[in-house]
Design a protein around this ligand. Structure first.
Ligand SMILES: N[C@@H](CCC[C@H](N)C(=O)O)C(=O)O
Length: 293
């Protein structure tokens, strides 16, 4: 067994395992991911596996694995954790990554906060994707709760590389049973690749409160790509400006939808502990010698 090094980290409470798979030909199996997800110390929302680059001009290929063993195209909080991991091993602070969603850049600032260029949002029904054409992706025909008195309805949808549905609500986001509605909405037939489901309350032109039921992971304390989707859809529907704070349960994320259409996400990353694991089985051990920075 050729073990790989990992760190358990978090981005505003989004539980992330960063795994160093550089210089190796193997990948992390779904069985290994599910085993790590099932143990209390290593329980995670996403694994960010750092691989050797596939495309010239990029530093690393990043594979993103949800805790159910499925792959994701984008993970904003996890990308910040990868940047913090890499910036601990050299003086570099600027990186170019490739993911299933394409090529993105990220950099760590002097104060430790990290900005990720999450790329451009997509609003076309085929790009999200939806199962069929809809008139307007700013409000699609989808609801949760009793048919005659829906609790959540008419979400705005977008792709940030991965699919997102944002339900706009008037009351405190904690007053909605997202754990009850999330699973069915994630698997609704309108989403052929399933979707990340969020409820969003606009509190000013510059601020949104957001909770997310993540595709493949369930309720999380933070979802960076959902924060980006909420921000661009807030602006696209006239609810907000293009530069705002998205308050997720784990804390605030700064989001700017620039005039060149790129979405910039800024927030922290936190190192918890590290160890080594078998990418085939998920068997792992904790390393006592290297702790938080
Ligand atoms: N936590 C992430 C999103 C992870 C991927 C998502 N569950 C999916 O399957 O699309 C983030 O911070 O963006």
């Amino acid at each position: 067994m050729n073990k790989a090094v990992f760190a358990r980290m978090n981005g505003l409470g989004n539980r992330i395992i960063v795994a160093d798979m550089r210089g190796r030909a193997d990948t992390i199996t779904p069985a290994a991911a599910i085993r790590l997800a099932g143990e209390s110390e290593t329980a995670f929302d996403q694994i960010m596996a750092i691989h050797d680059p596939k495309t010239p001009g990029t530093d690393h290929y990043i594979e993103i694995i949800n805790c159910d063993g499925t792959q994701a195209q984008a993970c904003g909080n996890g990308t910040r954790c990868v940047v913090q991991w890499l910036s601990r091993e050299s003086a570099r602070r600027n990186f170019t990554f490739e993911t299933l969603a394409g090529i993105l850049t990220a950099n760590e600032h002097e104060d430790g906060l990290i900005t990720v260029d999450m790329g451009k949002p997509h609003f076309g029904w085929q790009e999200i994707p939806l199962a069929h054409e809809v008139a307007d992706t700013r409000a699609i025909d989808l609801a949760a709760g009793p048919a005659d008195a829906p609790v959540l309805q008419s979400p705005s949808v977008a792709s940030m590389g991965n699919p997102h549905a944002i339900f706009w609500v008037e009351s405190d986001v904690w007053s909605y049973a997202l754990d009850e509605y999330g699973p069915a909405l994630e698997h609704d037939p309108i989403f052929p690749e399933r979707a990340n489901i969020s409820i969003a309350r606009v509190t000013s032109r510059e601020a949104i409160d957001l909770r997310t039921w993540e595709r493949g992971a369930g309720l999380t304390l933070a979802c960076g790509s959902a924060a980006c989707a909420a921000a661009v859809l807030g602006a696209r529907t006239g609810r907000t400006g293009r530069s705002l704070t998205v308050n997720v349960p784990g804390g605030p994320l700064g989001i700017e939808w620039r005039d060149d259409d790129h979405v910039m996400m800024t927030g922290p990353a936190e190192w918890e502990f590290d160890g080594s694991f078998d990418p085939a089985t998920g068997a792992w051990s904790r390393n006592a010698s290297r702790g938080a920075a």
